[in-house]
Each structure stands twice: as structure tokens, then as C-alpha cells.
Design a protein around this ligand. Structure first.
Ligand SMILES: *Cc1c(COP(=O)(O)O)cnc(C)c1O
Length: 484
């Protein structure tokens, strides 16, 4: 075993990992990367098919981001935002505000402008900030004593206690129930397994052939109506726009987001958009099945003409280089925290590394790249190519659903596609397929039986082909190439 692998196994405790399983085999020790390729300590090469857990945008070792970091390192790596401003954070805040208010892409007024940026360290803290701001905002301006939040079933917003409380993945909740505050959940669209979808399984994305009457929107409507009737309105509606990530890459049918956010607004709730996964161009310009967006935007909300009151960003913010996050909000929210020093209306929240200079420099470089015509074109071609490649998966009998939104796709494996019968937990279908993919030089991580494909934006069509081929071959290897 490689000495680094030995040290890892001796001392490192890995996130979301059953460490007994981890200790059974030699871990892959990644030591270098270039573009979509990662290299391990043994010199083997892999394709990074989930962009290093959904963070990387432009590829590893990107000359532009590297140069920006070197320039910043030549000045200073970190200074505190407690008491001091700094160059890259100021520039970045301004750039984020421009990107978050693209001209012509938003719903008709009243559509709030996102004006203010609160920096933190990762997706969980970005959501904690949104939560605390929305909570205090509702107390101060809506007269709510203990503001309540409505989220979506299967939602994931991070692992700190507040973020977990807003999420609705039962598995993560059971263990910590005693630590969490209560938040409500409402049905999220999951067309493939929707109890209201009366369509028989087809070899197509369930969003496209579903037969329903938008019962999922009715559920949201009913939830808000009941809360309003009981005079316990929701302070905020929390959602991952267009695609729920950790729930299993579950996309929303076109139109769902604009419908439910209109309902939420009608009941006076703030909109809290978690774009930690979907932000920075990941969900592409529009969905193949949905309406074309009114303008190019880096954010998923805007594809549905929705402008939230709180926008949480992290993973891709620095191009996947450094831990940094941002929560954007409106002037109205900001103003609710203004007052005399002795009024203590201050937002009492912050982190040691808030506004980190190196992170902000990387983020600025990443945003410059995102705005370049080459990147815009490359993303569009890659999304189209991904759609084409994914088509071949319908021939695989263990593939039940293939769902793509822009540059992210979830492939749900099932025992029988004709009945949508899932694999059992003990079969570890997703894990085994991903292990087989790693042996073929393609790295990704499953969510249950869902295989995630989320290529960096620099991925070539050849590399993309290899990712999908590795998936196809691995399914055949694990389950035998039975004909469906
Ligand atoms: C990853 C993720 C988070 C949490 O971000 P961390 O940086 O892991 O804390 C929150 N929301 C969504 C939608 C995510 O995908």
C-alpha cells in the first residue's frame, strides 16, 4: 500500500463514509490534476466525472485561476473582514451582484434586486446565514415571534445544525432529531416516482411523458393556505431550484418553480434559493423540455424567471478551488438590520475567514472565465453532447430514469425498468457501479442507486464519451449483461 494511503487509513476520518468499508481497501490518493483529469499517487489517471463533488467548473490546474491566485499570494492571503475591507472581496461582491441581477431575465416586478453579499466558507454556512437573516427579518418586519420555514421533501442544504433543520433527508435527521429545530416539508416533484404520475414507464425522462395535473403544485398551495388560515404564515420558502442535488439529482418539470414561488410570494414568504450546487452555469441555459430562458444567466432560478430574496452560493464560486461561500440578499433585508449601535440590530454572525482574499481572487478569475464567449459556447456544446451521450443509456435494462439539466445528470438504476422496482439497500448498486467505473478510470460518487455525471466545463467530447461508456460497461459488469 502507498505510504500516503497508509497514513490516511491510520488517521483520516472521511465524510459521509462507513469507515469500516473504507479500511477494507486501498484508497485512491489523488496527487495532481489537469483539466478533467486527475492523477493518483501510483501515476494512474482518472476522469473527474463529478467535478470533485460538484465543485470544479473549469477543470483542475487552470492556468487563469492559478495565475490569479499567484498574483494574490504575492500580496496577501488573508485578512479579516471584521473591521476591514479588502480588494478581491469588494470586487467579487460587485461582480456577484451584477451576475445575480441580469437584465431582462427576471419575472415582472415586484422582483427584488439582490444588492448585498455576506461571505462565508461553504454551502452549509451560506444557508445558515440565509436562515438567520430570514428569521430575524421576519421577526422584525412581519411581526412573527418564531418564524417558520417550509422546504421540500428530500432537500439537502448542508450539515451544520441549522442547515440540517432546513433539510428533509430522513436518514440525516433521525440521528440528530434532538438537536434540530422543526421545519415543515412539502412534496417535491419527482416525476419518475411520483404517486400522481399515471404514466407507465417509458424509455425517456419522466418529466417528458408524465401524466398528472400538477398535484405537486396543489400540495404547495394547500400547505401555504393552511398556514395562512391558522395565522401562522411561513417566513420563508426554501428550495434548490430546477434540480435537487443530494436528493438524487431530481429535476423539476419546467414551470414548477415559477408556479410554486408565485404561491409562496402570494403568502408573504421570502424565497430562499439554495444554488450551492446549481449556480455558476451548472444547469445550463434551459432544459431540453422546458421553455427557453429569457436571457443567459449563471443561476438556475433565472431560467424560470424567479428572483429570490436570498441566494446561497458556494461549491462552484471559486471554480472549485477554495472553500468560500456567499449569501446574497436585498436592500430591504439589509435595511432591517440598520439602527443605532446600542439598538443591537447588528447581524451577529461571522467567521474567521469571511471574505478570504485568496478565495475571492479565485472566484473573480472563475467569474471572468464564465463570462467569456469561449466558456459560454463550450458549456452549451457540452450540455448538448451530454444529452446525446446519455441517450445510449436507455438501451441498458438496469437504467430506469436518465435526468439531465444542463451539465448535470442523474442516472437512476433499477432492478426492473418496466415496474420501476428499485434495488435493495444491501445490493449497494450505486457504490458497486462507481467502483467498477473507477477501475475504468472514471471517478464519481453515487447517491443511493443514482449515478451522478457532472463533468467539468472543460471536458472534451472524447472524455465525455469515456465517462458514459465506463458507466454502461460498469452496469453490465456488476449486473451481468442481461437483456431487458
Ligand atoms: C453541497 C450542498 C450544500 C452544502 O454545501 P457544503 O459546502 O458541503 O457545506 C448545500 N446545499 C446544496 C444544494 C448542496 O449541494
Amino acid at each position: 500500500m502507498h505510504p500516503l494511503a497508509k497514513l490516511d487509513q491510520a488517521h483520516v476520518w472521511h465524510p459521509f463514509t462507513q469507515m469500516r468499508d473504507w479500511l477494507r481497501q486501498e484508497p485512491i490518493v489523488l496527487t495532481a490534476g489537469k483539466g478533467a483529469v486527475l492523477r493518483d499517487a501510483q501515476g494512474r489517471e482518472y476522469l473527474d466525472a463529478n467535478s470533485s463533488i460538484w465543485t470544479n467548473l473549469h477543470g483542475h490546474n487552470h492556468p487563469g485561476i492559478n495565475a490569479a491566485l499567484r498574483r494574490q499570494l504575492g500580496k496577501v492571503a488573508h485578512t479579516s473582514a471584521l473591521g476591514f475591507a479588502n480588494e478581491p472581496a469588494s470586487l467579487l461582491a460587485s461582480k456577484l451582484v451584477s451576475a445575480a441581477n441580469p437584465p431582462g431575465s427576471l419575472a415582472p416586478s415586484p422582483s427584488p434586486r439582490l444588492e448585498k453579499v455576506f461571505f462565508s466558507d461553504d454551502g452549509s454556512t451560506a444557508m445558515e446565514v440565509a436562515l438567520k437573516l430570514a428569521y430575524e427579518f421576519a421577526r422584525r418586519t412581519k411581526g412573527q415571534k418564531s418564524p417558520r420555514f417550509l422546504g421540500l421533501q428530500g432537500a439537502y442544504h448542508g450539515d451544520t445544525v441549522g442547515a440540517v433543520s432546513l433539510g428533509h433527508i430522513d436518514l440525516f435527521h433521525k440521528a440528530y432529531a434532538g438537536l434540530l429545530f422543526k421545519s415543515d416539508a412539502v412534496m417535491a416533484p419527482y416525476c419518475y416516482r411520483c404517486p400522481f404520475n399515471r404514466a407507465k414507464p417509458e424509455r425517456a425522462d419522466a418529466r417528458d411523458y408524465r401524466k398528472c395535473r400538477w398535484e405537486c403544485v396543489g400540495k404547495v398551495e394547500a400547505k401555504f393556505a393552511t398556514a395562512t388560515k391558522r395565522q401562522k404564515p411561513y417566513a420563508g420558502f426554501v428550495f434548490e431550484p430546477r434540480m435537487q442535488g443530494a436528493a438524487g439529482m431530481i429535476p423539476q418539470p419546467a414551470g414548477w418553480l415559477s408556479k410554486v414561488t408565485e404561491i409562496a410570494r402570494g403568502h408573504g414568504a421570502s424565497l430562499i434559493a439554495d444554488e450551492v450546487m446549481t449556480g455558476f452555469g451548472r444547469t445550463g441555459a434551459g432544459s431540453a423540455s422546458g421553455p427557453k430562458p429569457k436571457a443567459q444567466s449563471l443561476f438556475a432560478c433565472h431560467a424560470e424567471g424567479v428572483q429570490p430574496d436570498f441566494l446561497a452560493l458556494a461549491k462552484g464560486l471559486t471554480g472549485g478551488y477554495l472553500p468560500m461561500a456567499a449569501t446574497l440578499t436585498t436592500q430591504v433585508v439589509f435595511d432591517a438590520f440598520l439602527g443605532e449601535y446600542t439598538d443591537f440590530k447588528t447581524f451577529f454572525h461571522g467567521h474567521s475567514f469571511t471574505g478570504n482574499q485568496l478565495g475571492a481572487a479565485a472566484a473573480l478569475a472563475s467569474m471572468d472565465l464564465l463570462g467569456s464567449p469561449q466558456s459560454v459556447n463550450a458549456r452549451q456544446s457540452l450540455a448538448t453532447a451530454l444529452g446525446e451521450e446519455l441517450k445510449s443509456l436507455w438501451a441498458v435494462p438496469q437504467v430506469g430514469d436518465v435526468r439531465q439539466v444542463g451539465l448535470v445528470a442523474g442516472v437512476e438504476l433499477v432492478r426492473d425498468w418496466r415496474t420501476r422496482t428499485p434495488f435493495g439497500l444491501h445490493e449497494q448498486a450505486g457504490i458497486r457501479v462507481c467502483q467498477a467505473m473507477a477501475r475504468r478510470g472514471v471517478l464519481t460518487r453515487p447517491i443511493g442507486s443514482v449515478i451522478v455525471l457532472m463533468p467539468p466545463y472543460c471536458t472534451t467530447s472524447k472524455q465525455l464519451g469515456k465517462m458514459v461508456a465506463a458507466l454502461t460497461e460498469s452496469i453490465a459488469e456488476v449486473f451481468g449483461a442481461k437483456a431487458g
